[in-house]
Design a protein around this ligand. Structure first.
Ligand code: C2E
Ligand code: MG
Ligand code: MG
Length: 871
């Protein structure tokens, strides 16, 4: 809607005002013209008054004064004695007479009408006076003073009086007529004035009425608007102004209403906005409260953290560990007291310096240095050992831990470098490392280092696609040297042998001592198996010469087993094992020779693996059983005991001999549960036999070194004996010498602990291993069992015979009974009996038997000749 019709209504109030002003101007014009008329009339009347009243009066007055002057001059004329004065007076008189004559005529012409009687009277008397005066003049001139006087008194005087009187009447008449005229004029003027006043009053009244109407018209509307404004001011937006008329106020009212509508809209919007705002304020207040609470918690937390930080800061500053904090570029910003002390520098020297500059680059491993700098550049954590330079120029080794310090936004701002002086430890470690890596005797790398080099060699060979040869060297007959000439000579022999081996290989090859008389040579880069031959020749040649030691000339030869990477194994351990196996082949082939790992060995290995796999479930599948071999007193042939021997009949492999699986069970640890089963089963078997009348039988059970680890075996035995209700004395544990060699101290402790249970302990297989009789003294053995390999040739081999004899006499010295194994013939039995061997065991009496067979055998035996030979 157009608020204001600009063409139709533009400036309507203005027009109204203009119209009013024009009306006022017209009114004022009328008034002015009326006033003008009145003024003109009044002027005309004044002029008329002047013409009609004032001028006749003035002229009459002038005639009066002229007549009186003439009279005076006439009267005085007769007293004028002086001629000249008389002349002057007569002339003056004549002039006045003429003037009067003239003025009188003029008066008559102009105003004579209406005064006819006086005019005639005056005219008449004037004529007579004039002649009387003339006579007086004449008499005076003639010197007839008296005459003159008389004439003046009697003739002129009456005429003069009449004239003077008539003039006065004239004056009175004129005055009377003038008064009427003036009264008329004044009345006229007054009526004019009244008209003027009336008009003015009427005009004024109309103007006032118009103005009142006009102002009321506007003021009313303005008031309405004012009230509307007032209401708006008070917030009432509902009330609208009445739209009246077609002027600016109308437009204003419309504008106002429009404005009001808009305001109402705005207010609605504002109210909504306010409500929204209030809502938001509420929400915000709630949020603020929550954040306030959080803030408070944070403040408390901060205070706690600050306290912790303070403590931490003190701790960092006072900790004996060197702490350095660098900026993100590695520039040192903080060093604690320990770091200052350790470096020898003053704090100022260190601050601002690069953390890298503290590293002694020459001493530090290149890889460590690169790792450290890379970690520092790549925001990584790093821990390692670095060599640092002290102020004194000395170097020291430090265990360094570098860790980036990150903000919650994962921005790295600092690095924390914690350093610990490990110079002493490192020296110690180096020493230990050397000791751990090198053989103290030969100064060759030991087994550990040898294996490391081998592993490294394998990696390189794989990378470069080379072959690699592993030589397992065992010195033949070394054990004899050791046993017969003592350990010192043995040691010297090993040193020389090592040196000879070293001389046979290239610098790139590795020679290590694996232990005892076993050496390892690694040839890291060969192209084929035959590349080993020159070295093998050299070794053979080097050992062809005897060793001269302490006046002894010793012939010691090597047995060498070789395995080749990658054909014979993918890793060092397998290669070494296969070389070892090959070495045994060489030994078996008569010693002082070499053997490459071959197919047969491999098959054995496969078999071994199968055994290993199957053995795992043997117990569970109840594939294991025990056979019992009788042990008989050599002299009386009396059955005194049994040896329980394990049997395994596998569904896949068939019967597997103990020699094939015991070692594997030992290596895999399966021997422990199997061994426990053996002890329990054997004990129960003895108990069973007892019930069947077989009393006083000792039970020998074989135990492996692995079973003797820890304290578990004692408990198992104890429990088994208890369950079978057996005396501990009836149980003998058979252990081999190997146990003593590996860990003598522990072996001794374990054996002593077992002995405390009251059981007996036998040294089994004497003669096959180290065969040191001194062990009999040093360990708590109760029985010595001579291996069947010696018994086998007892009749033909004097050496074996001597060894058995020596063993028997030594045992006798120690009060230990001897059991000879593998007695197959009566001859063997007799020799042993003659040697005062206490007990025997072998096929001569019986093979190991299943329990029920054993009972039959016992019956047979006790009724046979053998058992009663010597009885
Ligand atoms: P060992 O303890 O020396 O047992 C004697 C071995 O000699 C037995 O072999 C036995 O059958 C055999 N033998 C006995 N008399 C003669 C003979 O006159 N001639 C011949 N040629 N051999 C005879 P076996 O049963 O094969 O046992 C071999 C080895 O296995 C045992 O040697 C023992 O060291 C080990 N062994 C057997 N059973 C167990 C066991 O339960 N636990 C442990 N740890 N080892 C066992
Ligand atoms: Mg045995
Ligand atoms: Mg044996």
């Amino acid at each position: 809607m157009a608020l204001f019709d600009s063409k139709k209504h533009q400036l309507t109030i203005q027009r109204k005002l203009l119209f009013g002003a024009i009306l006022m101007a017209l009114f004022v014009g009328v008034l002015l013209s009326v006033a003008q008329q009145i003024a003109q009339q009044s002027t005309q009347q004044q002029a008329e008054i002047q013409n009609q009243a004032v001028r006749p009066l003035v002229q009459v007055n002038a005639l009066q004064s002229l007549i009186y002057r003439i009279r005076v001059t006439e009267v005085n004329l007769h007293v004028e004695s002086d001629f000249f004065a008389l002349t002057a007076a007569t002339e003056k008189l004549s002039a006045d007479i003429q003037l009067f004559e003239h003025s009188w005529r003029a008066f008559i012409d102009e105003f004579g009408d209406g005064h006819d009687r006086q005019v005639r009277s005056i005219d008449d008397n004037w004529q007579r006076l004039k002649s009387s005066i003339n006579k007086v003049i004449q008499s005076a001139v003639d010197g007839q003073i008296a005459e003159a006087f008389r004439l003046s008194q009697f003739e002129s005087q009456p005429r003069f009086n009449v004239i003077a009187k008539d003039l006065e009447i004239l004056v009175t008449q004129i005055e009377i007529s003038t008064d009427g005229f003036i009264i008329e004029a004044v009345a006229e003027l007054e009526s004019q004035q009244q008209r003027f006043l009336l008009i003015s009053l009427v005009g004024m009244l109309i103007a006032i009425i118009l103005m009142i109407w006009f102002s009321r018209y506007f003021v009313l509307r303005l008031n309405r608007m004012r009230q509307a404004f007032f209401r708006i001011a008070n917030g009432d937006l509902e009330h609208k102004v009445d739209v009246v008329g077609h002027d600016e106020l109308t437009a204003l009212a419309r504008s106002f209403n429009a404005m009001q509508e808009k305001l109402a809209d705005r207010q609605t919007a504002l109210t909504q906005a306010r409500l929204l705002l209030e809502e938001r304020v509420k929400e915000r207040t709630k949020e603020l409260k929550e954040s306030n609470l959080k803030l408070r918690e944070e403040v408390v937390e901060r205070a706690k953290i600050q306290q912790e930080l303070k403590v931490l800061s003190l701790a960092v500053s006072q900790t004996p560990v060197s702490i350095i904090i660098s900026d993100a570029r590695g520039m040192i910003e903080y060093v604690n007291d320990a770091a200052i002390q350790a470096s020898g520098f003053v704090e100022e020297d260190l601050l601002g310096k690069s953390a890298i500059s503290l590293i002694d680059q020459q001493q530090t491993k290149k890889a460590s240095f690169i790792d450290f700098t890379q970690a520092l550049n790549n925001d990584q954590e790093w821990a390692g050992e670095l060599c640092a330079t002290r102020r004194s120029g000395q170097s020291c080794w430090e265990a360094v831990h570098l860790s980036p310090v990150t903000t919650t936004e994962s921005e790295i701002t600092h690095y924390l470098i914690i350093k610990e002086d490990i110079t002493e430890r490192r020296e110690q470690e180096q020493k230990l490392l050397y000791q751990a890596s090198y053989d103290a005797l030969t100064e060759l790398p030991n087994r550990t280092l040898g294996m490391e080099r081998l592993a490294q060699g394998v990696i390189n060979a794989r990378r470069l696609q080379h072959k690699l040869a592993v030589m397992f060297i065992d010195l033949d007959g070394f054990k004899n040297v050791n046993d017969s000439l003592g350990h010192d000579i043995g040691d010297q022999l090993l040193i020389k042998a090592a040196s000879r081996l070293l001389n046979t290989v290239r610098e790139s090859d590795v020679v290590a001592r694996l232990g005892g008389d076993e050496f390892l040579i690694i040839m890291p880069a060969i192209s084929e198996q035959s590349d080993c031959f020159p070295v093998l020749d050299k070794i053979k040649h080097a050992f062809s010469e005897t060793f001269q030691l302490a006046g002894h000339s010793l012939a010691v030869t090597p047995s060498i087993g070789l395995s080749i990477f990658p054909e014979d194994g993918e890793d060092g351990a397998i290669l070494l094992r296969n070389a070892d196996l090959a070495m045994y082949q060489a030994k078996e082939a008569g010693r002082n020779t070499y053997r490459f790992f071959n197919h047969q060995i491999h098959e054995n290995l496969t078999m071994r693996m199968q055994v290993e796999t199957q053995l795992k479930s043997a117990l569970e599948k109840q594939e294991l059983s025990l056979s019992y071999q009788p042990i008989v007193e050599a002299q009386t042939r009396k059955l005194v005991g049994v040896e329980a021997l394990l049997r395994w009949n596998n569904e896949l492999l068939g019967p597997v001999s103990p020699d094939q699986f015991i070692g594997i069970a030992e290596q895999t640890g399966l021997i422990v549960p199997i061994g426990n089963w053996v002890i329990q089963t054997a004990c129960m078997q003895i108990a069973d036999w007892r019930t069947q009348g077989l009393r006083d039988l000792s039970l020998a059970i074989n135990v492996s070194p692995r079973q003797l680890h820890g304290d578990g075996l004692g408990a198992v035995i104890d429990q088994a004996l208890g369950a079978a209700n057996l005396n501990p004395e009836s149980l003998i544990l058979e252990v081999t010498e190997g146990l003593l060699i590996r860990n003598p101290t522990e072996a001794k402790r374990t054996l002593e602990a077992l002995k405390e249970l009251g059981i007996g302990i036998a040294m089994d297989d004497f003669g096959t291993g180290y065969s040191s009789l001194s062990n009999l003294k040093n360990y708590p053995f109760d029985i010595l069992k001579i291996d069947r390999t010696f018994v086998r040739d007892i009749a033909s081999d004097p050496e074996d015979c001597a060894l058995i004899s020596a063993a028997i006499s030594m045992s006798a010295g120690l009060g230990l009974p001897v059991v000879a194994e593998g007695v197959e013939t009566e001859q063997q039995l007799n020799i042993l009996a003659d040697m005062n061997c206490d007990r025997v065991q072998g096929y001569y009496f019986s093979k190991p038997l299943a329990p029920e067979e054993f009972l039959l055998w016992v019956k047979d035996y006790q009724s046979s000749d053998i058992s009663s030979t010597n009885e």
